[in-house]
Write a protein that binds this ligand. Structure first.
Ligand code: UTP
Length: 293
């Protein structure tokens, strides 16, 4: 089976739910504790053995490129001031992986963002990690998907159960459970109304896909909300080949909404050995101060 060496991180959405924070900066650059979200995602890809990463950018491209580039002036300054730890941290970021960029000229949807990667990917399987989905887990989510793919082959998509009231926010799968946590996908629906949802299993933003998906993206017409949807292309792929949904172990945060970003920040800060106790004290104090409702 062909090894997965390349990953695509779509990061060209408008981020309207986080305006005005995202007016001049992509949401993927928002910090969660002390790192921009996209750095966690690059780290997840690297942990899964990915060698080349294509970031699909839109507005605010500079901020992302600068973050993963070397900063010679900053390095010299930190060296002069004897700040060794900081120097190492900064250098490590620019040495993480081979990172490439392509610009999605118009935000025509996630499917279109992935489509922009077709030349970079060529004829091999690849991973997609959404730039605004953070997963806190013992084993990185992409590692979980790749491990499963080695056994079952085909396309493997990360899923998690969500509350019935939330199915309209996600792509939802209809599948047959082959073994605990692994579903063979029959159908997929993007953002269904609760009464139309075939299950409560939501696609969470991590995918391992075969290159054939580009054929379906090419033919994709504008789906839900007038954008070219990845889910529609995957639904077509599922008709002709094996597409699996794998329940990912871990906590998923959609940092593209204000509450999701706040929840990620609190959860990650509480889990941080250096910050956890301090954050807990702040939270208790704030809760006492704020009149309950
Ligand atoms: P979302 O649908 O959450 O992004 O896309 P959005 O359009 O930025 O969100 P709002 O609704 O305006 O707040 C999920 C992921 O796909 C990327 C986003 O950057 C995000 O990482 N995306 C989305 C693109 O790269 N291009 C697009 O055209 C749309």
């Amino acid at each position: 089976m062909q090894r997965v060496r390349k990953a695509v991180i779509p990061a060209a959405g408008l981020g309207t739910r986080l305006l005005p924070a995202t007016k001049a900066m992509p949401k993927e650059m928002l910090p969660v504790v002390d790192k921009p979200v996209i750095q966690y995602i690059v780290e997840e890809a690297v942990a899964a053995g990915i060698e080349d990463i294509l970031i699909v950018t839109g507005k605010g491209k500079r901020a992302i490129e600068d973050h993963f580039d070397r900063s010679v002036e900053l390095e010299a300054l930190l060296q002069d001031r004897g700040k060794r730890n900081e120097l190492e941290t900064i250098r490590a970021i620019s040495e993480m992986a081979n990172i490439h960029y392509i610009r999605q000229k118009e935000p025509l949807g996630l499917g279109h963002a992935v489509w922009c990667a077709r030349r970079f990917i060529g004829d091999e399987p690849f991973a997609v990690l959404l730039g605004d989905v953070l997963i806190q887990s013992e084993e990185p989510a992409l590692v979980q998907l790749l491990r499963r793919r080695e056994v079952v082959g085909g396309a493997v998509i990360g899923i998690q159960p969500v509350a019935a009231a939330d199915v309209h926010k996600y792509g939802i799968i209809d599948g047959v459970e082959m073994e605990p946590g692994l579903f063979r996908v029959r159908r997929m629906v993007e953002k269904p109304r609760p009464e139309e949802a075939p299950s409560n299993l939501a696609i969470l933003g991590r995918y391992v896909l075969p290159p054939q998906v580009f054929t379906h993206l090419e033919h994709a017409s504008a789906g839900a909300l007038g954008e070219i949807q990845l889910t529609d292309a995957l639904a077509q792929l599922a008709v002709e080949s094996d597409v699996y949904g794998l329940t990912v172990q871990g906590r998923t945060f959609d940092i593209g909404s204000p509450l999701g970003w706040l929840e990620a920040t609190v959860a990650m800060a509480l889990a941080d050995p250096a910050l956890g106790d301090g954050v807990r004290r702040i939270l208790y104090r704030e809760l006492e101060r704020t009149p309950g409702r």
